[in-house]
Design a protein around this ligand. Structure first.
Ligand code: SAM
Length: 279
């Protein structure tokens, strides 16, 4: 059975009375190269998959990985998934909303101290929250490789000073290094979504590359700067993070070598860390 063949996908949906649900961001891969590209990042390791859908990427993962755990919100996929990938003894499907799942506990329970990679074609409506959840859950993933909308891929990989640069870019930089593995046109999915996509792999940094004395404060400073990105950093911090006076913020920012009217969108992660280290 070829799960990337459009006729097969449509036949399976008909046979199991399954209607594709837009509200769950269900766009299934119908390009055989993609499961191969994503699953190759988890070769010989374990994989956590978010949203198996009809099992297209799941199947590729089960062939390459020691163990696969797939979290799927849509229970109406149960019989179909059992038909397509139910024979793999190294697969466990968990029916749950990933946003309500304790990822750290799930991974510890299912994988122990084995090497685990995240592999997923993420649902569009919840891409950024799921990415943040994965990066912030505390489990030491080997890599996080995800298909996301092209716009999100651009934001993850953006440089300071570009319109795409934002809080998620910096969260990603704190976590590790993003690499774009492939551009994926919208015609590679059924049904065809409104936007193109890309596969991005984030490899966690081996050690703290940037020293920051207070990681929690760094998170707050980054959030405050990008919540009001049109404001200068001084104004964004004095209104969004009222820990100091406007004058005090200005003094710190200038002492770190920036203009008093600099905006957060111009600063790199190490610039933000330096500002926090001087607060
Ligand atoms: N992996 C399949 C593929 O690539 O063809 C399906 C990917 S589809 C873009 C996203 C999948 O995530 C769907 O199966 C959808 O039901 C599931 N999903 C959506 N929201 C979810 C959530 N909050 N938790 C877990 N799975 C979710």
């Amino acid at each position: 059975m070829n799960l990337t063949d459009l006729h097969t996908v449509k036949d399976l949906c008909n046979r199991f009375g399954f209607g594709v649900k837009k509200k769950f961001g269900q766009n299934f891969i119908i390009d055989a190269k993609i499961p191969d590209i994503i699953s190759s990042t988890a070769e010989g390791k374990c994989a956590l998959e978010i949203g198996p859908g009809i099992g297209t990427l799941t199947e590729a993962l089960c062939r390459r990985c020691e163990k696969v755990v797939s979290v799927e919100i849509d229970r109406t996929l149960e019989k179909l998934l059992d038909f397509t990938v139910g024979d793999f003894s190294n697969l466990k499907v968990v029916f749950a909303d990933v946003m309500k799942t304790d990822i750290l506990s799930l991974c510890r329970e299912e994988f122990g101290d084995k090497k685990v990679c995240v592999c997923a074609n993420l649902p569009y409506y919840v891409t950024s929250p799921v990415l943040l959840l994965l990066m912030e859950c505390g489990f030491p993933f080997e890599s996080i490789t995800v298909m996301v909308q092209k716009e999100v891929a651009d934001r993850l990989c953006a440089d300071p000073g570009t319109p795409e640069y934002g809080a998620i870019t910096l969260t990603c930089r704190r976590y590790g290094r993003p690499v774009k593995l492939a551009d994926v046109p919208k015609t590679s999915f059924y049904p065809v979504p409104g936007v193109d996509s890309a596969v991005v792999s984030i490899i966690p940094a081996e050690k703290e590359e940037i020293y920051c004395k207070d990681e929690e404060l760094l998170t707050k400073v980054i959030r405050a700067s990008f919540n009001q990105r049109r404001k200068t950093l001084v104004n964004a911090l004095s209104s969004g993070l009222a820990l100091k006076t406007k004058e005090e913020y200005e003094k710190i920012i200038v002492s770190c070598g920036h203009r008093a009217d600099v905006r957060g969108e111009k600063l790199s992660l190490s610039d933000f860390a330096e500002i926090v280290n001087n607060m």
